[in-house]
Design a protein around this ligand. Structure first.
Ligand code: DGY
Length: 321
Protein backbone atom coordinates (compact mmCIF):
# COMPACT_ATOMS: atom_id res chain seq x y z
CA UNK A 1 0.00 0.00 0.00
CA UNK A 2 1.44 3.41 -0.95
CA UNK A 3 2.38 5.78 1.87
CA UNK A 4 -0.52 7.84 3.11
CA UNK A 5 -0.52 11.54 2.35
CA UNK A 6 -0.04 13.78 5.33
CA UNK A 7 -2.29 16.47 6.76
CA UNK A 8 -1.63 18.97 9.50
CA UNK A 9 -4.73 19.41 11.68
CA UNK A 10 -4.11 22.63 13.60
CA UNK A 11 -6.75 22.10 16.33
CA UNK A 12 -8.42 19.16 18.03
CA UNK A 13 -11.56 18.19 16.05
CA UNK A 14 -14.50 15.84 16.85
CA UNK A 15 -13.65 12.12 17.17
CA UNK A 16 -15.57 11.05 14.04
CA UNK A 17 -13.73 13.67 11.99
CA UNK A 18 -10.37 12.56 13.39
CA UNK A 19 -11.24 8.90 12.75
CA UNK A 20 -11.99 9.59 9.08
CA UNK A 21 -8.85 11.71 8.73
CA UNK A 22 -6.70 8.97 10.28
CA UNK A 23 -8.30 6.33 8.08
CA UNK A 24 -7.18 8.18 4.95
CA UNK A 25 -4.14 10.21 5.97
CA UNK A 26 -1.19 10.43 8.27
CA UNK A 27 -2.39 13.15 10.63
CA UNK A 28 -0.15 15.62 12.44
CA UNK A 29 -2.30 16.48 15.44
CA UNK A 30 -2.43 19.12 18.14
CA UNK A 31 -3.01 16.92 21.17
CA UNK A 32 -3.43 19.70 23.75
CA UNK A 33 -5.38 21.97 21.37
CA UNK A 34 -3.15 25.01 21.86
CA UNK A 35 -3.17 27.80 19.31
CA UNK A 36 -0.19 27.33 17.04
CA UNK A 37 1.89 30.33 16.09
CA UNK A 38 3.33 30.92 12.65
CA UNK A 39 6.65 29.19 13.31
CA UNK A 40 4.99 26.08 14.71
CA UNK A 41 2.64 25.86 11.73
CA UNK A 42 5.61 26.14 9.36
CA UNK A 43 7.56 23.49 11.25
CA UNK A 44 4.62 21.05 11.38
CA UNK A 45 3.63 21.69 7.76
CA UNK A 46 7.14 20.87 6.52
CA UNK A 47 6.11 17.57 4.91
CA UNK A 48 2.33 18.07 4.76
CA UNK A 49 0.19 17.77 1.64
CA UNK A 50 -2.71 19.66 3.22
CA UNK A 51 -3.56 21.79 6.22
CA UNK A 52 -6.91 21.58 7.99
CA UNK A 53 -7.04 24.85 9.92
CA UNK A 54 -9.52 26.76 12.08
CA UNK A 55 -10.40 30.43 12.41
CA UNK A 56 -8.07 30.64 15.43
CA UNK A 57 -4.96 30.62 13.23
CA UNK A 58 -4.15 33.59 11.05
CA UNK A 59 -2.83 32.63 7.63
CA UNK A 60 -1.16 35.93 6.74
CA UNK A 61 0.57 36.67 3.45
CA UNK A 62 3.90 36.11 5.17
CA UNK A 63 2.93 32.68 6.51
CA UNK A 64 1.38 31.59 3.22
CA UNK A 65 4.43 32.69 1.22
CA UNK A 66 6.63 30.58 3.49
CA UNK A 67 4.55 27.39 3.27
CA UNK A 68 6.41 24.58 1.50
CA UNK A 69 5.30 23.67 -2.04
CA UNK A 70 4.15 20.23 -0.84
CA UNK A 71 1.12 21.90 0.85
CA UNK A 72 -1.48 21.95 -1.89
CA UNK A 73 -4.63 22.87 -0.01
CA UNK A 74 -5.73 24.84 3.03
CA UNK A 75 -9.11 23.55 4.20
CA UNK A 76 -10.64 25.76 6.85
CA UNK A 77 -13.05 24.37 9.41
CA UNK A 78 -15.35 27.39 8.97
CA UNK A 79 -17.40 29.25 6.43
CA UNK A 80 -15.57 32.48 7.30
CA UNK A 81 -12.23 33.00 5.59
CA UNK A 82 -11.22 36.34 7.08
CA UNK A 83 -8.32 34.64 8.91
CA UNK A 84 -6.77 33.75 5.55
CA UNK A 85 -5.09 36.17 3.15
CA UNK A 86 -6.86 34.92 0.04
CA UNK A 87 -4.82 37.06 -2.38
CA UNK A 88 -1.65 35.58 -0.96
CA UNK A 89 -3.09 32.06 -1.33
CA UNK A 90 -3.96 32.80 -4.95
CA UNK A 91 -0.44 34.07 -5.66
CA UNK A 92 1.13 31.11 -3.89
CA UNK A 93 -1.02 28.59 -5.83
CA UNK A 94 -2.55 27.32 -2.60
CA UNK A 95 -6.13 26.09 -2.97
CA UNK A 96 -8.51 27.13 -0.18
CA UNK A 97 -11.83 25.49 0.69
CA UNK A 98 -14.42 26.27 3.38
CA UNK A 99 -17.56 24.66 4.84
CA UNK A 100 -20.64 26.74 3.88
CA UNK A 101 -23.46 24.18 3.98
CA UNK A 102 -22.42 22.61 7.27
CA UNK A 103 -22.74 25.79 9.33
CA UNK A 104 -26.09 27.05 8.06
CA UNK A 105 -28.72 25.52 10.33
CA UNK A 106 -26.82 25.73 13.60
CA UNK A 107 -25.86 29.36 13.00
CA UNK A 108 -29.45 30.24 12.10
CA UNK A 109 -30.64 28.53 15.27
CA UNK A 110 -28.25 30.54 17.42
CA UNK A 111 -29.37 33.74 15.66
CA UNK A 112 -32.94 32.88 16.73
CA UNK A 113 -31.72 32.28 20.27
CA UNK A 114 -30.05 35.71 20.26
CA UNK A 115 -33.11 37.42 18.79
CA UNK A 116 -35.34 35.84 21.42
CA UNK A 117 -32.83 36.30 24.24
CA UNK A 118 -32.36 39.99 23.43
CA UNK A 119 -36.05 40.71 22.82
CA UNK A 120 -37.22 38.86 25.95
CA UNK A 121 -34.48 40.10 28.29
CA UNK A 122 -33.01 36.66 28.94
CA UNK A 123 -29.79 38.06 30.45
CA UNK A 124 -31.68 40.03 33.09
CA UNK A 125 -34.03 37.12 33.79
CA UNK A 126 -31.13 34.72 34.33
CA UNK A 127 -29.35 37.19 36.60
CA UNK A 128 -32.47 37.85 38.65
CA UNK A 129 -32.96 34.16 39.27
CA UNK A 130 -29.32 33.30 39.90
CA UNK A 131 -28.91 36.22 42.31
CA UNK A 132 -31.62 34.59 44.52
CA UNK A 133 -33.38 37.93 44.67
CA UNK A 134 -36.43 37.15 42.49
CA UNK A 135 -39.43 38.47 44.38
CA UNK A 136 -41.81 36.24 42.37
CA UNK A 137 -44.18 37.02 39.48
CA UNK A 138 -44.99 40.69 38.94
CA UNK A 139 -47.15 42.24 36.23
CA UNK A 140 -44.44 44.72 35.24
CA UNK A 141 -41.42 42.47 35.60
CA UNK A 142 -38.89 42.34 32.74
CA UNK A 143 -41.28 43.35 29.99
CA UNK A 144 -39.68 42.72 26.63
CA UNK A 145 -40.63 43.00 22.99
CA UNK A 146 -42.94 40.52 21.23
CA UNK A 147 -41.48 39.33 17.92
CA UNK A 148 -44.78 38.68 16.16
CA UNK A 149 -45.52 41.44 13.66
CA UNK A 150 -42.07 43.06 14.04
CA UNK A 151 -39.76 43.69 11.10
CA UNK A 152 -36.58 41.63 10.91
CA UNK A 153 -33.87 43.23 8.78
CA UNK A 154 -31.29 40.81 7.45
CA UNK A 155 -27.99 42.12 6.14
CA UNK A 156 -26.88 39.43 3.68
CA UNK A 157 -29.55 37.01 2.51
CA UNK A 158 -27.16 34.15 1.80
CA UNK A 159 -27.66 30.61 3.07
CA UNK A 160 -27.61 31.56 6.76
CA UNK A 161 -29.69 34.70 6.25
CA UNK A 162 -32.34 32.68 4.41
CA UNK A 163 -32.37 30.03 7.14
CA UNK A 164 -32.91 32.78 9.75
CA UNK A 165 -35.69 34.33 7.61
CA UNK A 166 -37.48 30.98 7.41
CA UNK A 167 -37.35 30.51 11.17
CA UNK A 168 -38.36 34.11 11.91
CA UNK A 169 -41.34 33.77 9.55
CA UNK A 170 -42.58 31.00 11.82
CA UNK A 171 -42.58 33.67 14.56
CA UNK A 172 -44.72 35.89 12.30
CA UNK A 173 -41.95 38.40 11.70
CA UNK A 174 -41.94 40.46 8.50
CA UNK A 175 -38.65 39.91 6.64
CA UNK A 176 -36.62 42.68 4.97
CA UNK A 177 -33.13 42.35 3.53
CA UNK A 178 -30.25 44.07 1.85
CA UNK A 179 -27.66 42.19 -0.18
CA UNK A 180 -25.31 43.30 -2.93
CA UNK A 181 -27.72 41.73 -5.41
CA UNK A 182 -31.44 41.13 -5.24
CA UNK A 183 -32.33 37.45 -5.05
CA UNK A 184 -34.77 35.66 -7.36
CA UNK A 185 -38.35 35.73 -6.05
CA UNK A 186 -38.25 31.99 -5.38
CA UNK A 187 -35.33 32.54 -2.99
CA UNK A 188 -36.77 35.68 -1.40
CA UNK A 189 -39.83 33.77 -0.19
CA UNK A 190 -41.68 36.99 0.57
CA UNK A 191 -38.69 38.91 2.01
CA UNK A 192 -38.67 42.58 0.92
CA UNK A 193 -35.53 43.83 -0.79
CA UNK A 194 -33.90 47.17 0.04
CA UNK A 195 -31.45 48.48 -2.53
CA UNK A 196 -29.44 50.34 0.12
CA UNK A 197 -28.21 49.43 3.58
CA UNK A 198 -29.70 52.68 4.90
CA UNK A 199 -33.09 51.62 3.53
CA UNK A 200 -32.84 48.37 5.46
CA UNK A 201 -31.78 50.12 8.66
CA UNK A 202 -34.84 52.35 8.58
CA UNK A 203 -37.26 49.40 8.79
CA UNK A 204 -35.36 47.02 11.10
CA UNK A 205 -37.00 46.57 14.50
CA UNK A 206 -34.50 43.74 14.75
CA UNK A 207 -31.35 43.81 12.61
CA UNK A 208 -29.47 40.54 12.13
CA UNK A 209 -26.03 40.55 10.48
CA UNK A 210 -25.14 37.79 8.03
CA UNK A 211 -22.50 39.42 5.87
CA UNK A 212 -18.86 38.32 5.67
CA UNK A 213 -16.09 40.40 7.16
CA UNK A 214 -14.61 42.52 4.36
CA UNK A 215 -13.10 46.01 4.19
CA UNK A 216 -16.57 47.18 3.04
CA UNK A 217 -18.47 45.67 5.98
CA UNK A 218 -15.94 46.51 8.72
CA UNK A 219 -17.61 48.70 11.39
CA UNK A 220 -20.76 48.99 9.25
CA UNK A 221 -22.75 49.19 12.49
CA UNK A 222 -21.43 52.46 13.86
CA UNK A 223 -23.08 55.50 15.45
CA UNK A 224 -24.39 56.80 12.13
CA UNK A 225 -25.94 53.42 11.19
CA UNK A 226 -27.50 53.12 14.65
CA UNK A 227 -29.09 56.57 14.20
CA UNK A 228 -30.97 55.22 11.16
CA UNK A 229 -32.52 52.29 13.06
CA UNK A 230 -35.93 52.67 14.71
CA UNK A 231 -35.71 53.84 18.33
CA UNK A 232 -35.08 50.87 20.63
CA UNK A 233 -34.11 48.45 17.82
CA UNK A 234 -32.37 45.18 18.56
CA UNK A 235 -28.99 44.29 17.03
CA UNK A 236 -28.00 40.66 16.50
CA UNK A 237 -24.59 39.51 15.26
CA UNK A 238 -23.65 35.93 14.43
CA UNK A 239 -21.39 36.91 11.50
CA UNK A 240 -18.09 38.50 12.52
CA UNK A 241 -17.26 40.91 15.31
CA UNK A 242 -15.56 43.46 13.15
CA UNK A 243 -18.86 44.39 11.48
CA UNK A 244 -19.68 46.22 14.70
CA UNK A 245 -18.03 49.37 16.09
CA UNK A 246 -18.14 48.21 19.71
CA UNK A 247 -17.82 51.59 21.44
CA UNK A 248 -20.73 53.01 19.41
CA UNK A 249 -22.93 49.97 20.08
CA UNK A 250 -22.12 50.01 23.79
CA UNK A 251 -22.94 53.74 24.01
CA UNK A 252 -26.27 53.15 22.20
CA UNK A 253 -27.16 50.21 24.47
CA UNK A 254 -26.41 52.39 27.51
CA UNK A 255 -28.50 55.31 26.29
CA UNK A 256 -31.41 53.12 25.17
CA UNK A 257 -31.06 54.20 21.52
CA UNK A 258 -30.57 50.48 20.91
CA UNK A 259 -33.05 48.50 22.97
CA UNK A 260 -30.93 45.37 23.24
CA UNK A 261 -28.29 43.31 21.49
CA UNK A 262 -27.71 39.61 21.02
CA UNK A 263 -24.09 38.95 20.15
CA UNK A 264 -22.13 35.77 19.46
CA UNK A 265 -19.04 37.27 17.80
CA UNK A 266 -16.74 40.13 18.78
CA UNK A 267 -13.79 42.18 17.67
CA UNK A 268 -10.61 40.88 19.28
CA UNK A 269 -12.13 37.57 20.50
CA UNK A 270 -11.72 36.28 23.15
CA UNK A 271 -10.68 39.63 24.66
CA UNK A 272 -13.93 41.44 24.01
CA UNK A 273 -14.62 45.12 24.72
CA UNK A 274 -14.90 45.40 28.53
CA UNK A 275 -17.94 47.67 28.13
CA UNK A 276 -20.14 44.73 27.17
CA UNK A 277 -19.86 42.99 30.53
CA UNK A 278 -21.73 45.67 32.48
CA UNK A 279 -24.70 45.89 30.10
CA UNK A 280 -27.98 44.41 31.28
CA UNK A 281 -29.49 44.60 27.80
CA UNK A 282 -26.77 42.62 26.03
CA UNK A 283 -27.40 38.89 25.67
CA UNK A 284 -23.92 37.54 25.01
CA UNK A 285 -22.64 34.16 23.87
CA UNK A 286 -19.03 33.05 23.25
CA UNK A 287 -18.93 32.37 19.45
CA UNK A 288 -21.20 29.32 19.65
CA UNK A 289 -23.01 29.62 16.30
CA UNK A 290 -21.77 26.30 14.96
CA UNK A 291 -21.24 24.52 18.25
CA UNK A 292 -23.55 21.57 17.73
CA UNK A 293 -22.38 17.99 17.33
CA UNK A 294 -24.03 17.89 13.91
CA UNK A 295 -22.46 21.07 12.56
CA UNK A 296 -18.98 20.37 13.88
CA UNK A 297 -19.00 16.87 12.38
CA UNK A 298 -20.30 18.13 9.04
CA UNK A 299 -17.75 20.95 9.03
CA UNK A 300 -14.95 18.43 9.58
CA UNK A 301 -16.25 16.12 6.85
CA UNK A 302 -16.61 19.05 4.43
CA UNK A 303 -13.04 20.14 5.17
CA UNK A 304 -11.84 16.58 4.50
CA UNK A 305 -13.92 16.48 1.29
CA UNK A 306 -12.06 19.61 0.16
CA UNK A 307 -8.71 17.99 0.95
CA UNK A 308 -9.64 14.68 -0.72
CA UNK A 309 -10.70 16.51 -3.87
CA UNK A 310 -7.59 18.66 -4.23
CA UNK A 311 -5.18 15.84 -3.43
CA UNK A 312 -6.95 13.73 -6.08
CA UNK A 313 -6.35 16.51 -8.62
CA UNK A 314 -9.86 17.98 -8.54
CA UNK A 315 -11.39 21.28 -7.49
CA UNK A 316 -12.23 21.67 -3.76
CA UNK A 317 -15.87 20.72 -3.15
CA UNK A 318 -16.38 24.15 -1.56
CA UNK A 319 -13.81 26.30 -3.34
CA UNK A 320 -12.81 29.74 -2.08
CA UNK A 321 -9.54 30.02 -4.00
C1 DGY B 1 -17.59 29.95 10.75
O1 DGY B 1 -17.87 28.87 10.20
O2 DGY B 1 -17.02 30.87 10.17
C2 DGY B 1 -17.96 30.07 12.20
O3 DGY B 1 -17.72 31.33 12.70
C3 DGY B 1 -17.25 28.99 12.99
O4 DGY B 1 -17.92 28.84 14.19
Amino acid sequence: MPDKKRILMTRRLPPDVLARAERDYEVVQNADDHIMDREEILEKAARADAILCCLSEKFSADLISRLPGCVKVLATFSVGTDHIDLDAARKHGLRVGNTPDAVTISTAEIAMLLILGAARRANEGQKLLHSRSWPGWEAMQLLGMRLSGKRLGILGLGQIGRAVAKRAQAFDMEIHYHSRNRLAEAQEKGARYHGTFDGLLGVSDVLSLHAPSTPQTKNCIDASAIEKLPQGAILVNTARGDLVADDDVIAALKSGRLGAAGLDVYQGEPNINEGYYALENAFLLPHMGTSTVEARNEMGFAALDNIDAVLAGREPVYPVV
